[in-house]
Design a protein. Structure first.
Length: 289
């Protein structure tokens, strides 16, 4: 199957076609996220940040209350709810389109009741057996990320015969299980899981980004979350010192332009304004093909 052109993104329940890649702004309501942990841990600060992202052109604001950086420990659902619910409710009431980044089905349910319109689960429903039944019953769009285990030890699982073929196969298998669980295929978005059980010193992340067409051929929208991640810090290193996360935004926007031009449905990013420009450039680029 050939890569789709502008206007040919697969149908997604709850989202109209806009003819370009969507920009998803990150709001980490956590003390320990790899890039900006603690900056938006206070609810008022997180709400202000989310509104600023929307004002800068974000199509969605992705609110999460649990860090999934390598080595991170799980957060219980009660604490996660305390962190995210006020933020989701206020952003949604203010007119932002909100997604909830969670592996807990109860957090997803309460966030959707508070106004979230999409569930972004880095485990693809594997971490909580109640997640797929909730997604089936609610009918909300659902991001299925490639996942091989919890953040505490996920990098030990970064072994592949062919990372592109293996990730494609494992995502396709997961989609089949989710659909068998009652979820409509048109609810699903795929995410290759950049940085999740992918070795930043190998070519895992680069290969997946370069061969995004292999995932697009599965016939579902694809979301890419590469912003500020370690593989970019290693690329931009000075000597043996990786560039810090907050100084990786220009490289992140370059990735945005490349994957948007390749047909990604969305990019999950920190520096929204630059990436809004990048997806518009990519849309114009694709229109000439």
């Amino acid at each position: 199957m050939s890569t789709p052109h502008v206007g040919d993104f697969p149908p997604l329940i709850g989202f109209r076609e806009i003819g370009r890649c969507r920009v998803v702004g990150v709001v980490n309501v956590t003390p320990d996220s790899f890039s900006d942990g603690g900056l938006w841990f206070d609810s008022a600060a997180a709400i202000e940040h989310g509104l600023a992202l929307t004002g800068s052109g974000a199509d969605l604001v992705d609110v999460g209350g649990e860090s999934t950086r390598p080595g991170a420990q799980r957060v219980d659902a009660g604490e996660e709810l305390r962190r995210v619910l006020p933020v989701v409710a206020e952003l949604a009431a203010s007119g932002s389109v909100v997604s909830i980044d969670t592996m807990h089905a109860d957090v997803a349910r309460q966030a959707v009741e508070a106004g979230a319109t999409l569930v972004n689960d880095v485990s693809g429903g594997l971490a909580d057996p109640a997640m797929v039944p909730f997604i089936a019953a609610s009918g909300v769009p659902f991001v299925v990320m490639h996942w091989r285990g919890a953040s505490a030890d996920m990098q030990a699982r970064a072994h592949y015969d062919d990372v592109v073929a293996d990730v494609r196969r494992e995502l396709a298998q997961r989609v089949a299980v989710i659909v068998d669980g009652g979820v409509d295929l048109d609810q699903l978005i795929l995410d290759p899981g950049i940085g999740f059980a992918k070795n930043p010193d190998a070519d895992h992340n680069w290969a997946l980004l370069r061969h995004l067409d292999a995932l697009l051929e599965l016939g579902r929208p694809v979301l890419v979350g590469a912003s500020r991640k370690t593989f970019l810090g290693r690329l931009l290193a000075t000597g043996d010192e990786a560039r810090p996360p907050a100084q990786r935004d220009h490289a992140s926007s370059a990735i945005t332009a490349l994957v948007a031009a390749a047909g990604a449905w969305g990019v999950r990013v920190h520096d929204v304004a630059a990436d809004v420009d990048a997806v518009r450039v990519a849309a114009r680029w694709r229109a000439q093909s």
